[in-house]
Every structure is written in structure tokens, then in C-alpha cells.
Design a protein around this ligand. Sequence first.
Ligand code: HAM
Length: 424
Amino acid sequence: MSIQIPRGTQDILPGVVEKWQYVEEVAKNLCHAYQYKEIRTPIFESSDLFTRGVGDTTDIVQKEMYMFEDRGGRSLALRPEGTASVVRSFVGNKMFGNPGQPVKLYYSGPMFRYERPQAGRYRQFVQFGVEALGSEDPAIDAEVLSLAMGIYRELGLKQLKLVINSLGDSGSRNAHREALINHFKPRISEFCGDCQNRLEKNPLRILDCKKDRDHELMSSAPSILEYLNDESREYFEKVQRYLSDMDVEFEVDPTLVRGLDYYNHTAFEIMSNAEGFGAITTLCGGGRYNGLVEEIGGPETPGIGFAFSIERLLSALEAEGVNLPINEGIDLFIVSLGDEAKDYAVKLLHKVRREGIASEKDYLDRKLKAQFKAADRCKAKYVAVIGENELKENKINLKDMATGEQEEVNLDHFVDRIKGKLSK
Ligand code: HAM
């Protein structure tokens, strides 16, 4: 019996992988413009990192984490997200001591969650994310949000909605927490088991419950915005002002609650409005997490970031009918006839490839016609044909596949000639 690919995972094959490379390149280039530097962290971490960082009452930690014990008896987890790892690295590498503050980082890599697979939801998915650590300036919040929107816009997405909320500082959150407990407690028995557990531990998460979404107490629940103290309100207003200054459109949604525990102040999501995008409309999520660095054992340091999956980004591009400008073709295909010419083609191919020219030849001893077909399949811009006669006369026939024009080129000048043509 053949072995199946694990549920909720996918192979990214040639033909599709070019899209991945393209979107990652665009995201990386924009990160460079915004001066975020790449960080690469391990795919597995100590389980405690996520229990403490993401929060032990969250679905991610309670239900979705891939945990295992290694041969040394350590409890490890495949990372379900990137923020906790980046913060662990920030603390472990004492980046808080770097003169270049804030520390602005980006990452791209696989994350793992044991979720029920459906369109846009995988068990292994690739998150592209950024984290800015060490500044509590609302301009950094606006920068991070505009960077996320900028990547989507640059790729050609139009039907986007940026939704923001403030979860306030700890004072505001505690006041809101009390109000939520008082609101739900008298009728908590009408809610699911998860919500009953969350009531005292993390009542904010009740608002995010999928099962009890339509309960009448949900829409009448006290809004966090009514509980923001002056400082938190001013902070949130400044973030909004900066966004408006940058012409980044947004909506404020006081019911926006994120599925991870570390957030305070600014929280946001970017949704796709595109028809046909599917049930899961969230493309990107993020927010501020002042307090997380301390939780992970570092000095008091504010932070903010976002992450999106490439899988959902590509679905959104498809739903909006955006064609990425991917060049699938190669520069040159060398067709050869006869043993001597075939040997010469090996040498010539090596020479042109060393000049960075994307080139290919036949390796299946195909006939002339079949070699031309292979060149077509490769979408070659030029085809060079060499046979015994050409070899004797030290020349090669070069054909421009777009115009059909052909010319004889002296073999000694071939590399320069093809380079010249390609540079036009
Ligand atoms: P999150 O909302 O859990 O936040 O995930 C962020 C994004 O990852 C989602 O909006 C979605 O694009 C993608 N994603 C999550 N789960 C899946 C899945 N099963 N399949 C496909 N895509 C998925 C975080 O992870 C935070 N670390 C974001 C952050 C960074 N906050 C601050 N900094």
C-alpha cells in the first residue's frame, strides 16, 4: 500500500512553488524597505514556551499543539506560531541590549496546528510574520499595520478589510474582565463547556466562541472600548490618526478578540471580502504584546507584530483573479544532432549556465522534432541547433522563438551573442 501524505499538509510542486517564491520575495523586499531583518528560529521549541507565551487556556495550546517527548525526556512542541519563538530568541540573545532599538524582525516558515483541515486551514502552514520589539510608540503600530496591508496591496489584492480594536492596558483589561464575568455569570450554564471553563480564567475568549456565537448575551456584552482608561484611549486614537495620515483604511470593531493570550492595546485582523474566498476570511492577524518579553524571562519590553499564512494569501489572490507576473520560461534550449555535437552541447551548456543563463538540453536521445517539442515545453526564448556540419564549420544556428528569426553564430562568440540578445 502506498503511503499517504499526512492530513492537513500539502506538497508544493514545481509550477505552483513559483507563486510561493514570488510572494515571499515581494514580502521580503517590502520588509527591507521598512527595515525589518530576517530571523530564523527552530521549528521545535520547549513546550513551556507556548504554554506560557501563547497561553494555557487557548485552543492553540490546549487542543492544537503537536507535542512530543524527545529521547532525553524533554517536552517539546512543533511551533504553532512564530511570536513566542522570536521573543525567546530576543531574550536568549540579549537583543534588548542592542543599540539599534527597536529590534525589527521578520520570519517565514512552517507552523503546525492540529486543527480540523478545511479550505484555508492546514495542519502545516507557512506563516510570514514580523515583530517589532522595544518601542511603545503608536507610530510603530501604524507601521506594522501598514506593512501588512502594503504586502497585500503590492501583490494586487484589493478586496481587503483591516479591522482594528484596542484591548487596552492591564488596568483597562481587568476592569473589562470584571464586567464580562458579571455579564455572563448569571447565565453561564446556557453556554458550552469551554465557555464555562473560560469564565473565570479568560472571559474575553468567550466572545470568540464559535458554538455560542449567536447567544443573546454575546451582542450585549460590555465593549472593551468603554473600559479603556485615558492612556489606552489616547494610545488607540494616535494609532488611528497615524493610519489615516498614511491613507491606510480601517474599521474599528470592539468585538475583535484574538485567539492568543498575549495581546494588549492594538489588536487587528485583515480579512478578504472576495467572493469565493471561502468561509475563513481572515488573512492576517496581529497586535501588541507588551508583557510577553517579561513572561518569557526578559526585561520589560513592548512588542507588536503580525503573521499571515502564504496558503491563505494565495487563495485570496486566486479568489480575486490576480495573476502573478511569474516568468516560467527559460532562456535557451540547445538542440544537438549526432554524437559529436551532443558532446559539444554538454560543454556549451556548462559554459552558458556559468554565465547565469537559464538553459537546458535533451537527455533522452530524442529525435530533432522531439527536441524542439521539449524546447517548447520549457518555453525557451532561444533555441540553438548544432549538428555535425555546424561543428565542422565552428558555428551554431540560433533561433529567436518569439520572432522566428534565425542566425548563424560563430561558436567562439556564442556566449557573448546570447548574453547580448537576452539583455535587450
Ligand atoms: P494567528 O491569528 O493565530 O496569529 O495566525 C495568524 C495567521 O496565520 C492567520 O491569520 C492565518 O493567515 C494563518 N493561519 C493560522 N492558522 C492557520 C491554519 N491552520 N492554516 C492556514 N493558515 C493559518 C498568530 O499566529 C500570531 N503569532 C500573529 C502575531 C505576530 N501577533 C503578533 N505578532
